[in-house]
Design a protein around this ligand. Structure first.
Ligand code: G3P
Length: 215
């Protein structure tokens, strides 16, 4: 499973790259708004550091204006994938952009029908938001399972990005289901490497090593 970092923060992106855990990055307007740099300079810098795709979100609401905005985003760097919220206008824009060879990440996906329509429109990625479904008492990961089954049924090669991941279990379940990509916030990425028994084990080894050193 590829790991994308769900952030627009350069320090976090550099840190994940050092760990060898950076297959791509996903941003959204909320994440970008937390950073101090101007939008285009920030995206350019992220794209320079990240070896894989960097999702950049469109905020226009009509197909024509989404296409225009997406083309501008795509000009920033070769590895930009444009993020488009699923809706009728977004589907129309996705068809045009995918035919032009611009990669689209269809975002804010909360149902299997939305994912299937986006795939048929030619999107490269769909992003089901699991945490936000859990927030309203739905099983977010059930959606991922349904989407994977449907894409498999029809041999669709749209990649599934499990998004709105809130904790390590989302990540592990995504991998067990065979999701293509998990996009994780930096705080979750750090948790993925941790285990209390590992910490206890390290502490014990260090204590015993002190005894060896004294001999
Ligand atoms: O990739 C989508 C993600 O940024 C949304 O996460 O935690 O705001 O639901 P969250």
């Amino acid at each position: 499973m590829k790991i994308f970092l769900d952030t627009a923060n350069l320090d976090q992106i550099k840190e994940a790259a050092k760990m060898g855990m950076l297959d791509g990055v996903t941003t959204n307007p909320t994440l970008v708004s937390k950073e101090k740099m101007g939008f285009e300079i920030l995206i350019k810098e992220i794209c320079r550091i990240v070896p894989g795709p960097v999702s950049v979100e469109c905020v226009s609401d009509k197909a024509e204006s989404i296409v225009k905005e997406a083309r501008q985003h795509a000009r920033i760097a070769d590895n930009v994938a444009v993020k488009i919220p699923i809706c009728v206008e977004g589907l129309k824009a996705t068809k045009v952009l995918s035919e032009e060879g611009i990669d689209v990440n269809t975002t804010l996906v909360f149902s299997a029908s939305q994912a299937l329509m986006a795939a048929k429109a030619g999107t490269r990625y769909v992003s089901p938001f699991v945490g936000r479904l859990d927030d309203i008492s739905h099983q977010g990961m059930d959606l991922v399972e349904d989407v994977l089954t449907i894409f498999d049924n029809y041999g669709l090669n749209t990649e599934v990005i499990v998004a709105s991941i809130r904790h390590p279990l989302h990540f592990v379940e995504a991998a067990l289901m065979g999701a293509d990509i998990a996009t994780v916030p930096f705080a979750v990425l750090e948790k993925l490497a941790k285990h209390p028994l590992t910490d206890i084990g390290i502490e014990r080894f260090l204590k015993d090593w002190e005894k060896v050193k004294g001999k």
